[in-house]
Design a binder for this molecule. Structure first.
Ligand code: ZN
Length: 181
C-alpha cells in the first residue's frame, strides 16, 4: 500500500509579495531565512509576511548539501545569475523535504527561474494563480481602545480617541480553501 505523503508548501519571496492570502488548510507552510531579508522592513511586504507567520508559516534553513546541489544544477542550466540567495534556499529546502519519508515539497512561486530549476530536479511547483487565489489581502483598521473596525485608513478613533491598528481580514470567499482558524 502506498502511503499518502504530507504536502509541505514552500513559499518564496514572490508568493509572499503577491500579498494574497495563502490558506492551505492543514498543509504545512514553510519559507527560508533569506526571504524575510528580501522584504522591506516596516512595509506592506512585511505585513503580508507577519500575517503568514500568524497563519503558521515557519522558517527553516536548508542543508549545505542541498544548497551545493542547487548551485551545481542552476549553474548548468544558466539560471544561477537570476536566482537570489533566498531563491536558492527555497529550492534547497524542497530537496531536503523530498528526502524525508512521507513528505512532499511543493514550491509556491511565480518566479520563472525557480520554476525552471525545480523542473530540472523534479520538485513540484504551483504558481500563486494555480492556488485559485485571485484577490489581495483586505486591510482594515481596528481601534485599540473600543475595538471598532474601519475600512478607511484612520489613525485615531473618532469614537474614543485611541490609536487604531492595521489588521488584515482574510475573506473566506477569496480562495477555494478555508482561510479561517
Ligand atoms: Zn475607539
Amino acid at each position: 500500500m502506498e502511503q499518502i505523503k504530507q504536502k509541505i508548501f514552500i513559499l518564496d519571496t514572490s508568493a509572499i509579495l503577491s500579498g494574497k492570502p495563502i490558506c492551505l488548510d492543514d498543509s504545512k507552510m514553510i519559507t527560508a531565512p533569506g526571504v524575510s531579508k528580501e522584504l522591506k522592513p516596516g512595509g506592506r511586504d512585511h505585513q503580508s509576511f507577519q500575517y503568514l507567520i500568524e497563519k503558521g508559516l515557519t522558517i527553516y534553513s536548508p542543508s549545505k548539501e542541498s544548497l551545493d546541489e542547487i548551485d551545481a544544477v542552476s549553474t548548468k542550466s544558466g539560471d544561477i545569475d537570476r536566482l537570489s540567495n533566498a531563491d536558492k534556499e527555497i529550492l534547497a529546502l524542497a530537496l531536503d523535504i523530498n528526502k524525508e519519508k512521507n513528505k512532499e515539497a511543493v514550491v509556491l512561486t511565480d518566479d520563472y527561474s525557480i520554476q525552471n530549476v525545480a523542473y530540472i530536479i523534479g520538485i513540484n511547483v504551483e504558481t500563486i494563480s494555480q492556488k485559485g487565489i485571485t484577490k489581495k489581502f483586505k486591510w482594515t483598521y481596528k481601534c485599540s481602545g473600543c475595538s471598532k473596525k474601519f475600512k478607511e485608513n484612520i489613525k485615531v478613533c473618532p469614537i474614543c480617541g485611541a490609536l487604531t491598528k492595521n489588521i488584515v481580514s482574510c475573506n473566506k470567499d477569496i480562495s477555494r480553501k478555508k482561510c479561517d482558524r
